[in-house]
Design a protein around this ligand. Structure first.
Ligand code: ATP
Length: 136
């Protein structure tokens, strides 16, 4: 069965939205296979976000992800990768569709990085890579 890596980012944890976010994942019918709270270190985050090295938002992104605990989950189900990305909504929370996690709970806070509550893997290859990073 297909698996994906989901993160509730530090903004979601701080705003006490972890339960609301995971409830949507479960209500959609996906299975929480593994779940933990993590204080990520810089090395882990640089590996996770390797594709964004060199972009202007890379350093603010890593700092943001270091700013508090993250909830990491392995979630299972047929087509869960595209299903969760659909639940999450588009990257920019200002314009993410209402009804999505980012559209309902997110906004622009005027910061250098888009604080958009969640991460979800974007392909089978990245899911397996990211699961290996967060669940060593
Ligand atoms: P994720 O991979 O976290 O699910 P995504 O696939 O929508 O989100 P990516 O393009 O992989 O977004 O970017 C990773 C993260 O970097 C985004 O979730 C957001 O927090 C931040 N980010 C991406 N693009 C920008 C940008 N142009 N300005 C500020 N922050 C950004």
């Amino acid at each position: 069965v297909e698996r994906t890596l989901i993160l509730v980012k530090p903004d979601g944890v701080k705003r006490q939205l972890t339960g609301a976010i995971l409830a949507r994942v479960e209500a959609k019918g996906y299975t929480l296979a593994e779940l933990k709270m993590v204080n990520a270190d810089r090395a882990l985050l640089e590996e996770h976000y390797a594709e964004h090295q060199g972009k202007p938002f890379f350093e603010p992104l890593v700092e943001f992800m270091l700013s508090g605990p993250v909830v990491a989950a392995i979630v299972e189900g047929h087509r869960v990768i595209e299903g969760f990305r659909s639940l999450a909504g588009t990257t920019d929370p200002t314009t993410a569709a209402p009804g999505t996690i980012r559209g309902d709970f997110g906004r622009d806070w005027g910061l250098k990085v888009q604080q958009n509550l969640v991460h979800g893997s974007d392909s089978v290859e990245s899911a397996e890579r990211e699961i290996g990073i967060w669940f060593k």
